[in-house]
Each structure stands twice: as C-alpha cells, then as structure tokens.
Design a protein. Sequence first.
Length: 344
Amino acid sequence: MAKLYLSKNYIETTGAGNKAKTDVEKILSDLGYKHAGLMPTTYSNKIIGFIFTLTGILKMFFTIEENDTVFIQYPFKKYYTLACKLIHLRKGKVITLIHDLGAFRRKKLTIREEINKLNHSDYLIVLNKNMKEWLTKQGYSKPMVCLEIWDYLSDSENKEQKKLEKQPIKVIYAGNINHRKNKFLYSLEDIILNWKFELYGKGFDENKIKNKNKFTYKGFYQSDKLIEEVCGHFGLIWDGDSTAECKGSFGDYLEINNPHKTSLYIRCNLPLIIWKKAALASFIIDNKIGISIKSLEELNEILPSISDEEYEEMKKNIKDINKKVSSGFYLKKALAQIDILNCQ
C-alpha cells in the first residue's frame, strides 16, 4: 500500500501556479510519498516536456500495485483522465488536489466535462468550502476535504514590519498585474486619500501613475526577496475590473478560489485585506489575521479606525499562521483527513 505522487515537466517554477505545485511535491516527499513516474523536469521546449510527462505516466503504470494511492495535481492538462484510468486498471486509488477549475473561469471545459473528469478521482482536496459547495451543486458526489489555504515553502523570513503608529498605512499588492486580470489598479490612485499603495510584479504601465506620492510601483521581485525585504502594514487580495467590488471573470473567481498570493503575504508577516465575498474571507476573519471589505473606497475610513491593539493582534496571529504555511501544515492536515476516510 505505497503512497505515490505523479509529477510532470514544469516549464518554469517561479510563477505562482508552479510554485504551489512544486511546494506540494516537496511536502509529499517529506511525508514519504515516492515518485510514481519520472522525476520532475524543467524543459522549456514544449515537445520535450510533453514526451517526459507522458513517459512518466506510462512508467507509473508499471510502478504501482494494488491498493497503492497516487496523488495528482489538477489540472494535469491532457493526461489527467489517462493517468486515473491507468491507476484504476492497477487497482490503485487516486487523490486529486484541485488548483484550478477550467469550467468556472477560463471556460475551457463545460461544467459537465469537468465533473466527468474529476469523477475519475477517488478523493478530492478542494481549496475551500465554497469550492466544495459549488462542486456538490454541479453533481460531484465523491469524498472531498478542504485545504483551507495554500502552504508556502521558503527559507526566507521577514523581519521588516512596521508598527501601526507609523503613518500613513502602507498597503502592498504583489503578483501577476497584467491589465486583463487587474484593471482596477489603473483607477486605484483616484480613491487613495490617507494611505499608501506599493505594487510589485510584471506587466504594469508605470507611466499611467500620476500620484506617485501615494502609489509606488516597485517592479518584479522574486518571492524569496519579497519575503525578506517588503515593508508594509497590509497585503491586498483583490482582482478584477473595479475598485467598487471584484468584478469580471477573475473577480468572480475569488468566490471559490484561494489566491496563492495570500500565503505569500502571510510569509511576509503582512495582515490581510480581502473582498468580503471572497472564499478566503472567512478564513482571514476567523483567524483574526486581517479585515474584509466591500470596496476599496472603504479603506479611507477603515484603515485609520484600526487601533494599535487590534493591529498587533493581527500581526501576532499572522506569525502563528506563517509557521503553519511554512511547514506544510494545511496539506498534511487534508491528507490526514483522507487517510481517515480511506480506512472507513
């Protein structure tokens, strides 16, 4: 009854999606999971990458035995259904961790097509209770457990956080900041009154910033460097077209998704600001590690009203969650729940 995981070719490993996946593989390895196929590769050539990934899946068929468990991260592109079928032919079981649902945001699959694919898994690890409810509503009925929040592995540590009395309050935003995903950034400076905004990432047109006293663009930092050097009061979780609410396909997706940047902010010891309807809002409020808002305009009133005592409690709680995400706590917890289900 071996525990295995299926890896693949990663064109690059610094982006948020692949960083999450390689962190998962490191945590699985620490738990004693072995490679079901080949070791992960990082070929930039898509044809070579395809060959290595497919070869790993075929090798897996001869590696696994009856009652073995194989962990797969979804989406696994064209290979997911094939991999699941091969595992079941060998009388093994599949655990699937969902990173992204193509039917919800990208519309690359119909909902029925996605549910049919996921039905090849024996157990699902979903990101949060909202995603679990959505999948149940769409007809998925197999066992599911919630990850809660992404773990985030890094040897870097942050020791640069400000105290609240050092005004004005500085809000940090980091990640993929292309116009299509984060159109709201281009109207944000118009609503900032008594706080400052600091932006990190690729793809932003700095020439469009007029109020550089309130809005600073720092460019791209590698995540380890950001963890070590960023200095601010809050990290912002917001996507979409508008500062009034999270709109558009990327904004709507926050209602069932766990943005990886949330865990990056936690590793930076930054308390969090999040849209009230986002799936992670309840985690942030329940753990007292930040605030939830309806619109970004509210920050002009809310931020000055936070007391030193409230902020220090958020910082203390963030450090506690930081220890958990840096150790793989949340994936380990989800896998322990699946072990219990598997024994029933």
